[in-house]
Design a protein around this ligand. Structure first.
Ligand SMILES: Cc1ncc(COP(=O)(O)O)c(C=O)c1O
Length: 465
């Protein structure tokens, strides 16, 4: 930290305690203790109001700052763009909007159109609205149902929550929007919950996908227009898909004429290593891809709904019909700081070989976590892809009974006390908020990875013995 604080830090903390409502936070403890305020970030590290340094193993808390903190190249591009043009509604184009769209599409064979918006939730809602409008335009008002999966998350707005597979997150916020229908999860570690305990590997993957088909047949294929899935489930417990799963999902969508919407809000722009997107590991051909967090690494707010040309074409068939186009707007989808930052963010990932570093460091971290699993019985499973990893904590490996949430929180707190910020599934699945989450920036080094897992090792010993 450079030590230069323009503000009296006590006044900052007091103003925060008096007026700021923090996300996902119970505020009662702040009546007697200070909230954490992050003052500065450089590379992989951040500093709080007390000058304490942390290695950030969660990229800004929620899988976002993929290229690390303090990137002058992005800040300069954003500043220059703001001075040239800060904003114009996206009903008109902009230079960075056009240039980033072209660059993004070059990384997404089969996809073609870029719809700018300003949060992951909103990007998902755009896809939902397009699916609904297609249902009206092409299917006579049928096919309005959108399937979503148990344990997946698609955002905090009410329609996104209607597609939310996390019951604890949804509790007390209903009733939800109609015609969102849940399909079972595909988590092999908890396959007994699916009645598929006798299957493993590819057989399990195909059977898990067939559970989606069962729901389609139950609802009536003529009523189902879309299927929305995370390529690797994030907050629901870092769930990697089983072998054979995606292939079968794709077949099912084709067979029943269901549009496939992949939510890459977490996985997108490199997080899973080697590929730009999670879906690209599995040979998926989506109709919609939504993305947000890593698109500009948090240097500016930007989210995107990308579609195929075929989807796009459905919205311009009749220029004389005033209802024919996608009648939607997102005010801040017109902020040009977003694509200006996204262009530089993507350039950094290319110039520094971060897709490759992500894969290599992800492998190292996975190996370290597996070594921790060999040492600590409390770890029941480790999962992940690239720098998107989780460790599920269980009281007993045979019964897979989750550890108490307070113990998960104690591990996270102990790591924090020792200068490493890690995450955990939180208020997500009832009784299943027991997964430690790791998502360091794509610039992470081998030493950083080892420091993260060594710190977790000591924290597990301290909390569980
Ligand atoms: C998979 C996924 N989709 C959508 C969202 C919502 O994004 P936002 O918070 O930008 O609305 C999130 C946020 O964590 C997410 O993890």
């Amino acid at each position: 930290m450079d030590g230069n604080l323009d503000n009296d830090i006590r006044a900052v903390v007091d103003a925060d305690r008096a007026h700021v409502w923090h996300h996902l936070t119970q505020h009662k403890p702040f009546e007697t203790a200070d909230p954490r305020i992050i003052i500065e970030g450089k590379g992989m590290r951040v500093w709080d109001q007390n000058g304490k340094e942390y290695l950030d193993a969660v990229s800004g808390g929620v899988w976002t700052v993929n290229v690390g903190y303090g990137r002058a190249q992005i800040a300069d591009a954003v500043r220059d763009q703001l001075m040239k043009l800060c904003y114009f509604a996206q009903s008109a184009g902009s230079i960075p909007g056009a240039m980033f769209a072209e660059k993004l599409i070059s990384k997404m064979p089969g996809m073609s159109r870029v719809y700018y918006t300003n949060s992951g939730s909103e990007a998902n809602e755009k896809a939902f609205k397009m699916i609904r409008q297609i249902a009206h335009k092409k299917h006579g008002g049928k096919k309005t149902k959108i399937l979503y999966r148990d344990r997946d998350y698609h955002g905090s707005t009410l329609a996104a929550m209607s597609a939310g597979g996390q019951d604890e997150r949804n509790a007390q916020y209903g009733p939800f929007a109609p015609d969102f229908v849940r399909v079972p999860h595909c988590m092999e570690y908890r396959k007994e919950e699916l009645g598929l305990g006798h299957l493993s590997g590819r057989e399990f993957g195909i059977a898990a996908a067939n559970l989606i088909e069962e729901v389609i047949l139950r609802e009536g294929p003529e009523t189902v227009g879309g299927l929305c899935l995370e390529p690797v489930t994030a907050g629901g417990g870092v769930i990697t898909p089983p072998e054979g799963y995606w292939e079968r999902v794709q077949e099912i969508c084709k067979q029943y004429d269901i549009l496939l919407h992949i939510d890459e809000v977490v996985c997108g722009i490199g997080r899973t290593g080697n590929n730009w997107f999670g879906y690209q590991h599995y040979g998926i051909k989506p109709d919609f891809v939504t993305m947000a967090k890593g698109v500009a690494s948090g240097y500016a707010a930007i989210a995107i709904c990308v579609t195929t040309e075929e989807v796009f074409e459905a919205f311009k068939s009749d220029a004389t019909d005033k209802m024919d186009h996608f009648r939607d707007i997102s005010t801040f989808g017109g902020c040009v700081a977003g694509p200006a930052a996204a262009l530089e963010n993507m350039k950094i990932i290319e110039d520094e070989g971060l897709l490759e570093n992500c894969a290599a460091m992800g492998d190292r971290m996975m190996a370290n976590l597996q070594a921790l699993m060999a040492k600590h019985d409390i770890i029941g499973d480790v999962r992940g892809k690239g720098l998107f990893l989780g460790a599920e904590l269980v009281k007993d490996r045979a019964s897979k009974e989750p550890v108490d949430e307070k113990d998960v929180a104690a591990v996270v707190a102990e790591c924090g006390a020792n200068g490493v910020i890690i995450g955990a599934s939180n208020r997500s699945i009832p009784g299943r908020n027991n997964v430690l989450c790791f998502s360091p920036a794509l610039i992470v080094t081998a030493d950083d990875v080892d420091l993260i897992t060594d710190t977790v090792d000591r924290a597990l010993t301290k909390v569980f013995g």
